[in-house]
Every structure is written in C-alpha cells, then in structure tokens.
Design a protein around this ligand. Structure first.
Ligand code: SF4
Length: 334
C-alpha cells in the first residue's frame, strides 16, 4: 500500500520533471524508504538516476553540491519538505504517511478527551496532510485550533527538530501528533512553561511531555564545565542546512575575548570519533542543534551550544534554546 503511494508520487514527479530523459538525476531518500529504493530507481531509470545512500536526517541534509559534482541536472529529495534554497534544481517529494480510519478516530477522540477549548496543533511533514483534515473536524466540533505561521522552512502546523516557530500563540496547550520523541522534545525545550501533549496514533498512546527541569539543569551543568575550559573546538557542519560558518566565526571571536584558545573543526557529519585525541577541553556545536542536546552524553568533553557561549560571558543572561532557523543572518552561504 505504501509502496503504491510512492509509485504514484513518482508518476506525478515524472509529469513535472523539467529535465531531459537521459540527464543524470540525483536521488536522496530517507532511511525508512530504503526498502523501496530499487523499485524507485527502476521507475526513474530513464533519467540515469544516482542514489546518494548516506543517511539523510532531514531537508537540512540535501546533496545539492554533490549532485552537481556528479554531473546531475536535478536532485529529487524524497521524504522531506523544502528548507533552504538548493544549489541545483531540486524536487521535494514528501511521501507522507496516511493514517488509517482508526488512527484518525483515535487522534480525534484523544484530543476531545483532553477537554481543551483552544489548542495549538503540530506535527511533522510526514503527517501534515492528515492533520490538516483532522483540524477541520476539530473546528467543527467546537475546539479552536489556533492559527500558526508558515515560514521559508516550515508549513503551517509543521515542526522540525530544530524549529518550532510555526507556533505563534503564547499561552495555550500544544498538541503534537506523530511518532517518536525527537520532535516533541524540541517543543519541550522551547516552550518550557507550556502543557504539551503527545498523541501517537500508531502506538495508540497519549502522554503529557515532561522534560524541562532536567534539560535546563543538564545544560547549566555543561556550561559550568565550559567556564573552566581553556581550549575550545567549534564544530561546523558542511551540510547545506546546518552550515553556520559565519556564526561559528562570531562565536570564536566571543570566546577569544574571554581569553580562550579556539579552533574550528569542519566535517559533513559531526561525530566525536573524528575529533577524539585532540587537546580540546570543550566543544561548541554549530551543526544540528540536537547533537548538543541529545548526544552530549556520548561526548567525552562537554559540548555546548552557541547560545550557551553567551552564558559564559554573563551567567545572568537568559537561557536560550538553539534553533537553527533563527540564525538566518549567519547561516547563508552567500
Ligand atoms: S538541523 Fe537537525 S533537527 Fe534540524 S532539520 Fe536538520 S536534522 Fe532535523
């Protein structure tokens, strides 16, 4: 059934592909779709497709430069939405999951059970189409689903693991529909005072998100270690949507003013094993913000965010969560 859906998307894609049939086409698919990779390549074989098999973590991770290097005329990125202006003509094919009738009924009844009058409703790109349909039903049943914002990077009611800016309302509860904890955790980091409910219709589970005291305490613990660190390594990713070199340079200046020794380390994928053995006391991560938040325990040295460097200057400053999309000025390659 899912396979059929992908094939339908490929037929639609072929109708709009503005490249010659024998022009090489670069393809990227998320891990979850790799089981259908050969069928997808077969469907696109007239375009001489090249599949980039590196793990793809999001639309921040498009292989546009690599597609150019491979002589491709366009890139097709399955599973995610547009996030940044690509360097090559790129077709985004989201291929979302469609909830079953029972799963939709579960979402609706769980929201009703919460007995809330006004809600913020969010999900990921995978479930967005269905959620917009459920939104209409909720409104007809008397629940006010608050408006949200569309940006260059997210559609209305859509969140990323580093961007919850679609939510504009400042006080009402947030309901996240979807699976996993990656995206809801970012909501918890950003909206620390808010009631956040996570409804997973696939597991038939509803939970209230509990996150923040522990999260902020852990972060201040790492900042305390950074305060006594003398030598810093700033991590910069070359991934298109994570590339924050100018921001890294800005952080370098700040740290140097504090008397620290600072070095810049670049890689595509940020991994501690690439930097092990170097004489560094503390890292500052400018790549995917979730590396510092979710993987800090896997690093032998403290790893802090660019925003936490401001706390090194003055511990009374407000604690801010690193949201990659808020740093557009520093982000652009141009
Ligand atoms: S930067 Fe990290 S959290 Fe943001 S979209 Fe990419 S992988 Fe997801």
């Amino acid at each position: 059934m899912y396979e059929e859906r992908i094939l339908k998307e490929i037929i639609k894609l072929k109708e709009k592909l503005a490249v010659e049939k024998d022009s090489p086409l670069a393809i990227q698919i998320p891990e979850g779709l790799k089981q259908y990779a050969t069928e997808m390549l077969e469907e696109l074989k007239d375009y001489k497709p090249v599949l980039f098999v590196d793990p793809c973590f999001g639309a921040c991770d498009i292989k546009d430069q690599e597609a150019i290097d491979f002589g491709c005329k366009a890139l097709v990125h399955f599973g995610h939405n547009y996030m940044n202006k690509p360097l090559i003509n790129t077709y985004f094919v989201p291929v979302g999951y469609l909830f079953s009738k029972e799963e939709k009924e579960f979402i609706f009844s769980e929201i009703k059970k919460l007995n809330l009058k006004k809600i913020n409703l969010v999900t990921t790109t995978n479930f967005l189409d269905d959620i917009l349909e459920i939104k209409k039903e909720l409104i007809s049943s008397g629940i006010e689903v608050l408006d949200s914002k569309e940006t260059m990077h997210v559609r209305k009611h859509m969140v990323l693991g580093c961007d919850s800016s679609t939510i504009i309302d400042k006080e009402n509860p947030i309901i996240y529909i979807g699976d996993g904890v990656f995206h809801p955790n970012n909501l918890g980091f950003v909206f620390e005072e808010r009631d956040i409910y996570v409804i997973n219709p696939i597991l038939r589970e509803t939970k209230k998100l509990e996150i923040n005291d522990r999260f902020v305490r852990q972060r201040y613990g790492l900042v305390a270690k950074a305060l006594t660190s003398k030598t810093f390594g700033i991590l910069v990713s070359s991934k298109h949507g994570q590339f924050r070199l100018r921001f890294a340079r800005h952080i370098q200046e700040k740290l140097e003013k504090l008397g620290k020794k600072v070095y810049l380390f670049a890689s595509d994928y940020v991994k501690e094993e690439y930097i092990l053995g170097m004489k560094i006391d503390c890292y500052v991560n400018t790549a995917c913000p979730r590396i510092a938040y979710d993987d800090f325990a896997n690093f032998k040295k403290p790893i802090i965010t660019p925003q936490e460097v401001s706390l090194l200057e003055d511990m009374t400053k407000e604690f801010k969560v690193d949201q990659i999309r808020e740093l557009e000025n520093y982000y652009s390659r141009e």
